[in-house]
Design a protein. Structure first.
Length: 310
DNA sequence: AGTGTATCCTGCAGGC
DNA sequence: TGCCTGCAGGATACAC
């Protein structure tokens, strides 16, 4: 579910209430979302101070004054909700983990007093999400295993071109690989390909220089636009405050099978590969030219050529 | 290096 | 209304 824009929106909503607060009691309702043991999580969190809330790819990262980081991957249906103590709305229906927060109420550093401020609730009906507590070394290893942040200044068209080179993977699948670029999921992969006028099954390494520039611009424009809209709510996603995003109204291709392409009016097509749907416009995003040596599509020349014939 | 399949789960929409 | 099937924003392991 949540991709980079959704994680970013959640992070922005959590910063105010979380940064500077002390973690109170940790409750684990469904231990299967944890990487470790519930007691381990409680030991690592309780009594520590949250120093900053950030993001890496699709993951929400909560930094603690102990040097540990709580890394939350929301999977398909995860939500990270902030609930004030006096929130009258019904509690989340599928809490998996929650922890209370204590806020300073005054006094100097040695006599500071704290009061309960509310709860952070990790809600996840399908429980595909993962919560892990990483020390500095494990964090570095984990973060280095992930590709560049597509909205960071360092992610240039040149960087993208270099990463694409040599890959035979369809560009939609390539974009979903978190080791290549961090944070792109199935919605924004389809959207970026549409905006860049690149067929989702184009081999990544065969996108030319102009196509690479278009794709680079498209990835950033789509992600930044979705961040500005507060993310895309199709069903599960909510902000930290429980609100829906608005980018679903701006989608150009994803989920729009049979509807007109906003650019040319042709009906959007859905194709399934690598077990996931991709949506594209067959007119704006033409089939990639066949690789050199590939027989022309449609001609079935009977028996394949003998081995070594080429 | 790639692809397809299965797996982890629940909820929801659609067909009958 | 109930039952069934298929589908869903992710990540990973496996066989080929």
């Amino acid at each position: 579910m949540p991709e980079l824009p959704e994680a970013e929106t959640i992070v922005r909503g959590l910063r105010g209430p979380l940064e500077g607060a002390l973690v109170g009691t940790v409750r684990v309702i469904h231990a299967d979302v944890l990487d470790g043991e519930p007691a381990e999580l409680a030991r690592g969190l309780e009594g520590t101070r949250i120093t900053r809330v950030g993001r890496r790819g699709k993951n929400v990262v909560i930094g603690l004054d102990s040097g540990l980081r709580l890394v939350v991957n929301l999977g398909m249906s995860g939500r990270l909700l902030w609930r004030r103590r006096d929130d009258p709305s019904p509690p989340p229906s599928h809490p998996a983990v929650s922890f209370g927060l204590l806020r300073g109420t005054g006094g100097d550093a040695s006599s500071e007093t704290f009061a309960p401020g509310g709860d952070v609730v990790y809600h996840d009906p399908r429980r595909f999400g993962r919560i892990r507590l990483l020390g500095p070394g494990a964090w570095r290893t984990w973060s280095r295993g992930m590709g560049p942040e597509p909205l960071a200044p360092g992610f240039t068209a040149g960087v993208l071109a270099e990463a694409l080179a040599g890959s035979k993977s369809p560009i939609r699948s390539w974009l979903l690989d978190q080791r290549k670029v961090a944070g792109v999921g199935n919605i924004y992969a389809s959207e970026a390909c549409h905006l860049a006028r690149i067929h989702p099954q184009t081999p990544a390494g065969r996108i030319d220089a102009d196509g690479t520039r278009r794709l680079h611009r498209a990835v950033r424009k789509v992600l930044a636009g979705a961040v500005a809209a507060g993310g895309t709510t199709l069903r599960d996603y909510r902000t930290a405050e429980g609100w829906e995003g608005a980018y679903q109204y701006a989608l150009r291709a994803y989920g729009r099978e049979g509807l007109p392409c906003p650019r040319c009016g042709e009906a959007i097509v859905r194709v399934v590969f690598s077990n996931r749907s991709a949506f594209y416009c067959p007119r704006c995003q033409p089939e990639p030219a066949p690789a050199p040596g590939t027989p022309v599509s449609g001609s079935r020349p009977g028996p394949p050529p003998p081995r070594g014939a080429s």
